[in-house]
Design a protein around this ligand. Structure first.
Ligand SMILES: Cc1cc2nc3c(=O)[nH]c(=O)nc-3n(C[C@H](O)[C@H](O)[C@H](O)COP(=O)(O)O)c2cc1C
Length: 326
């Protein structure tokens, strides 16, 4: 068993978090991850209102008695109402990404549940990690440039970002971006991380509702077959290469550069949702990290986490056996 500050603080068996996954992270996947000892997450942005989110929380509770988290992607629409609902429903783990989490963290602190709710904040740089810590986050997730979905603007890879953030904050740090097998997991722990978060790897699991075409595209992809889009509008994000992303790239490279109105029809959430859920990859885009090059199958969540945990432990045992007295 790999125990860290993070597993103790969050009450988990394994220091492994399933990333918020736009359009893909519902109760089924979250419960599977939590039942396998990690921390599953439901992505709040997928729910239009309090009642649909409440039903999803109840559905998740019906599938697991383990802790799970709600992921709040900020900056698109106000989510304070849904945070209230989550607290009301007894959710005690939340994560924030893609925006300033200050108001949401204050909302938790003012709710009187400050000592019960555990807060994760995704960051891609030292300053954001320090800010999250000063606001009251309990753990930061450091997401490197290899990752799938939205990224930081500084293009810092995980191998440098994680130790930099570990040196800058006292709270636990999870490593994210580019992790998909036992080697990445062991490497993250060896860097000093208190655990890991994975996004792309969880898309290619049986319990994820992603279309089979998306999962097969991840299995087939090399590490060279992702591309960063939306940089021209200041919010870089990594997707799987394809016809549609190539159109986006061409538009973004045009002179003068496009404004957001020109880009919107190409990068709209619906384009992502249809491709991810209906498998029409040529008419949209799907988020994916460079770790796609390390994904060769579509296991169950439990198979994946057992394999990674056993493998990481074995790696550490082997490494320890190699150390000889001087
Ligand atoms: C399909 C997909 C959708 C994502 N959507 C979200 C999201 O809604 N909220 C979030 O916090 N992160 C989101 N991310 C980022 C992941 O949570 C995670 O930080 C990232 O995938 C880590 O890099 P990896 O893909 O190399 O594991 C998404 C990533 C992917 C691949």
């Amino acid at each position: 068993m790999i125990e860290t500050r993070f597993t103790r603080l969050f009450g988990l068996e394994r220091p492994i978090v399933q990333g918020g996954l736009a359009h893909l992270a519902y109760a089924g996947l979250a419960a599977a991850v939590s039942n396998a000892g990690g921390l599953g997450q439901i992505t709040v942005a997928s729910f239009p209102d309090r009642e649909t989110l409440r039903a999803e929380i109840h559905s998740c509770r019906g599938m697991t008695d383990k802790p799970f988290s709600l992921n709040f992607a900020l900056g698109q629409r106000p989510l304070d109402d849904l945070l209230d609902l989550a607290l009301e429903e007894g959710v005690r783990h939340v994560s924030f990404t893609a925006g300033n989490p200050e108001a949401m963290i204050k909302q938790i602190q003012n709710s009187g549940l400050e000592n019960e709710v555990k807060i994760l904040v995704l960051v891609a740089g030292v300053r954001a990690a320090q800010k999250a810590e000063s606001l009251g986050a309990h753990t930061v997730i450091a997401v490197g440039y290899e990752g799938g979905g939205h990224l930081g603007r500084d293009d810092i890879g995980s191998l440098v970002l994680i130790p930099r953030i570990l040196d800058a904050v006292k709270i636990p740090v999870l490593a994210s971006g580019g992790i998909g097998d036992k080697r990445g997991y062991a490497a993250a722990l060896a860097l000093g991380a208190d655990g890991i978060e994975m996004g792309t790897r969880f898309v290619a699991t049986r319990e994820c509702i992603a279309h089979a075409n998306y999962k097969q595209a991840l299995v087939a992809a090399q590490e060279t077959q992702t591309v960063v889009i939306e940089r021209s509008i200041g919010r870089p994000a990594r997707v799987l290469q394809g016809e549609w992303p190539a159109k986006i790239a061409a538009l973004e490279a045009s002179d003068p550069p496009p404004n957001i109105q020109d880009l919107l029809p190409f990068i709209a959430g619906e384009r992502n949702k249809r491709a991810a859920l209906e498998g029409v990859l040529d008419e949209g885009f799907v988020w994916a990290g460079q770790v796609a090059g390390l994904i060769h199958d579509v296991p169950t969540v439990r198979e994946l986490l057992d394999r990674m945990s056993d493998g990481a432990e074995e790696t550490f045992r082997k490494l320890a056996a190699n150390i000889r007295p001087a």
